[in-house]
Design a protein around this ligand. Structure first.
Ligand SMILES: Cc1cc2nc3c(=O)[nH]c(=O)nc-3n(C[C@H](O)[C@H](O)[C@H](O)COP(=O)(O)OP(=O)(O)OC[C@H]3O[C@@H](n4cnc5c(N)ncnc54)[C@H](O)[C@@H]3O)c2cc1C
Length: 475
């Protein structure tokens, strides 16, 4: 019998296994297929590689502006997919985590298939191998939500979209959240005619309103059809050239058609085949595994981490919760899950990101000041010909501490990351403004917007050289 069995080998499971072994537990890690989970094989890594290709196509279109003459870029999709596979493979072979797992003596069982509980201390792999442990950590992640709608089986998920052998002429993307926007943006760059349908009043519903509005505008300007508030889907049906989605709004029927329909309407726990009832593990009202602040499930010897608990469903948070769950599984409930500053965003065109408190949340809890710097007034973005977008910094009016940041435009995620560090360090806007960051850089945009915020608060920034860039509007 092992001390700890970790089920699922994505970022959460791998970190949980490493942590448990570091703490001296005899640990087994059960991977359905290979180490890495969705993050390495189907999520961020493949998506980021495709997004990079779409960026290259975009950049190639700018070459003429900079006096470089080349012929029109042409995409060879099968070669791009080969590159995606190569990137996934390279990451796998260079993975330091794999080496660490080996050094720590974690028993890794790849190709375990779908694992399920037989009782509170026993699991069975798909091949019928029965394994027992004192403690378990469930890290089985999530899957795309399916809709109970006639013809839904005709639709695809983001994974199917990555698996295409050629770029479809047209695509209907249902769901304007992070995944839908990403799929739409990438294939739009590859030349697919995109219709992005969102049932709510705006795409990117969890982002700042100004950011979502700017993204929606940019998507439309790049040729996508974006339909917010489109109504309710009634069915999908096959047509001679693709798939039709029938929907209705206010009693009026309508339809839209494309060669491929990708549905990205949410992410649900991958728990159905775990037989959790046999182990006494309960789900919460959102159907994710219910955990307390120590990531203990309703069965006190079973813990859970990553997407399966339905909190922020991102790689860093998966790893963080894996670490916390394993610590508590081995050491007893000693480490509550902290409230770290988190950055979210997506590598769409344009890119967007947020960190810390959103403007709406900050406004509800603080007296705030916001400063906005538009990208058409900063040196680096003008140099690079990337003047679409803005950076919005949110600070507490009384303490001048930075509370949050929203960015849309080139390298938005990188800019937000710098803001995250400033927030985590408890910096005031004038302190950030005084740092002589290199010129001309994307990170420098943040320091400039901090100058604007500091001025609104009548704080001296003391270092005036940056004034040459401070032409953005302070709001
Ligand atoms: C298109 C897309 C793009 C994304 N982009 C980003 C990004 O840019 N940045 C970011 O931080 N996050 C991104 N994410 C989210 C990120 O991939 C997830 O948050 C992260 O992978 C969650 O890690 P996890 O370990 O909880 O689960 P997973 O990575 O999903 O790993 C869980 C593993 O458990 C396996 N499993 C499931 N059930 C069982 C079972 N019964 N028995 C055995 N094994 C099982 C699964 O097959 C899987 O391999 C993206 C997600 C998607 C879909």
């Amino acid at each position: 019998m092992s001390d700890v069995i970790v089920i699922g080998a994505g970022p959460a499971g791998v970190v949980a296994a490493v942590r448990a072994a570091e703490l001296g537990a005899r640990t087994e890690l059960l991977a359905r297929t290979e180490l890495g989970g969705m993050a390495a094989n189907d999520g961020p890594v493949p998506v980021r590689t495709l997004a990079h290709a779409s960026r290259l196509m975009r950049d190639a279109q700018q070459l003429g502006r900079y006096g470089v003459t080349v012929s029109e870029p042409v995409l060879d999709y099968s070669r791009l997919l080969a590159r995606v596979r190569q990137v996934v493979e390279d990451l796998r072979s260079h993975s330091s985590v794999r080496k660490r797992i080996g050094c720590l003596g974690v028993k890794v069982r790849e190709q375990s298939g779908t694992v399920r509980f037989l009782d509170a201390h026993t699991v069975e792999t798909q091949g019928g191998l029965r394994l027992q442990a004192e403690k378990f950590i469930i890290c089985t992640g999530g899957i795309s939500r399916r809709l109970p709608i006639p013809g839904f089986e005709l639709t695809s998920t983001h994974s199917d979209a990555w698996g295409l052998t050629s770029v479809p002429p047209s695509m209907l993307v249902v769901g304007g959240g992070a995944t839908g926007a990403q799929v739409a943006s990438i294939f739009n760059a590859f030349g697919t005619r995109i219709q992005l349908f969102e049932t709510g009043p705006r795409i990117l519903a969890t982002e700042d309103e100004d950011v979502a509005a700017a993204a929606s505008r940019a998507f439309r300007e790049s040729g996508m059809v974006v339909k917010e508030n489109f109504g309710t889907i009634e069915s999908f049906e096959k047509t001679p050239t693709g798939i039709r989605m029938n929907f209705s709004k206010d009693g009026k029927r309508d339809s839209a058609e494309a060669a491929l329909v990708v549905v990205a309407v949410g992410w649900v726990a991958d728990s159905a085949r775990l037989n959790l009832a046999a182990a006494g593990v309960e789900l919460n009202e959102r159907k994710f595994v219910k955990v307390d602040e120590y990531l203990r499930t309703s069965a006190p010897h079973i813990f859970a981490a990553g997407d399966i608990i339905g909190r922020l469903m991102l790689v860093p948070q998966g790893a963080q919760t894996g670490f916390v769950a394993a610590t508590n599984a081995v050491m007893g409930p000693t480490m509550p899950l902290g409230e770290e500053v988190t950055t979210t965003g997506s590598f769409t065109e344009p890119e967007y990101a947020q960190t810390g408190l959103s403007e709406a949340k900050a406004r509800a809890a603080h007296d705030i000041v916001t400063a906005v710097l538009h990208f058409d007034s900063t040196a680096r973005t003008i140099i690079d010909g990337r003047t679409f977008g803005f950076c919005k910094l949110i600070a507490d009016r009384k303490t001048a501490k930075i509370l949050g940041c929203h960015v849309i435009g080139e390298r938005a995620v990188d800019i937000a990351e710098v803001a995250a560090i400033a927030i985590a360090a408890g910096m005031r806007v004038d302190e950030l403004a005084r740092i002589p960051l290199a010129f001309p850089t994307y990170a420098g945009i943040l320091a400039n917007v901090a100058v604007n915020a500091a001025r609104q608060l009548d704080l001296r920034v003391g270092w005036q050289a940056r004034q040459m860039e401070c032409t953005g509007t302070a709001e």
